[in-house]
Write a protein that binds this ligand. Structure first.
Ligand SMILES: C[S@@+](CC[C@H](N)C(=O)[O-])C[C@H]1O[C@@H](n2cnc3c(N)ncnc32)[C@H](O)[C@@H]1O
Length: 236
């Protein structure tokens, strides 16, 4: 059992994962209908998959952790599906956990016939990154809006919808969810002081949701330009 398998129950029950305007937006932008073939990448508690199934879609879920009980156990960077196997590929709040997010986005574009719908938490600053990593060692990094857009463009995808949502985290619950306690919890609170509520009871992050379409216009030249932009985007 790895740290992800141990968290399966948390991701299934977590109210911030199980519901919200952001989840509603991801589902709507998948354009759900009876028979639509959808892939939910890094499905976690399976909330996107469940909501799409409720709308009649034929959903395959995948995740690197067997404990999440996905249909297919695989890393997002190496999706074991034929090119253009799905009408839509969705990936909600998982990019910041991946060791190679850009590679995963390319894999999602490859296996989609038409749409990729992504959601992830946006970069704030180095203090927030450090806090996230202390609280949760599986955190790789958040990306700026421009970086996510560059990943999509490099994968040959054109953004056709964009929305931002704000999610409040009750500090004790949020720290407790990953077992962050003692000196680590104190350090996280200190690092997040500049973005926390005055009494320290909570803090709010921003999620970007992007709907992207495969387009003939996004050919190799556009992809090369986007890759160039990705290389130039500083990490701090
Ligand atoms: C925050 S949860 C995802 C939440 C879920 N998509 C939702 O809508 O509630 C992150 C998930 O990413 C998975 N994960 C981590 N690294 C991965 C990788 N390289 N490839 C695929 N899944 C990965 C974890 O097992 C975990 O289930």
């Amino acid at each position: 059992m790895n740290e992800w398998d141990e968290r399966a129950e948390y991701y299934r029950d977590s109210p911030t994962h199980a519901a919200g305007d952001d989840l509603d937006q991801v589902v709507e932008w998948c354009e759900p209908r009876s028979g639509l073939a959808a892939l939910d990448v890094a499905t976690g508690g399976g909330h996107v998959a469940r909501r799409l199934r409720e709308r009649g879609c034929v959903v395959t879920s995948c995740d690197a952790a067997a404990g999440m009980k996905p249909d297919v156990v695989c890393p997002a960077e190496e999706l074991p599906f034929e090119d253009e196997s799905f009408d839509v590929v969705a990936c909600r709040v998982a990019l910041h956990h991946l060791s190679d997010a850009a590679k995963a986005v390319r894999a999602m574009a490859r296996v989609s016939r038409r749409l990729v719908v992504l959601e992830d938490t946006l970069w704030v600053d180095e203090r927030v990154q450090e806090a996230e990593a202390v609280r949760d060692p599986t955190h790789v990094r958040h990306y700026r809006r421009a970086e996510v857009l560059a990943m999509l463009a490099a994968a040959g995808l054109e953004v056709v919808g964009e929305a931002t949502f704000f999610k409040r985290h009750q500090m004790d619950d949020w720290l407790g969810a990953t077992g962050c306690a003692g000196e680590d919890a104190r350090r996280v609170r200190e690092l997040l002081a500049h973005v926390s509520e005055p009494d320290g009871d909570g803090w709010t992050d921003a999620k970007i949701v992007l709907k992207a379409a495969k387009t003939a216009a996004a050919g190799p030249a556009a992809a090369a330009a986007a890759r160039q932009m990705l290389r130039r985007t500083p990490s701090t």
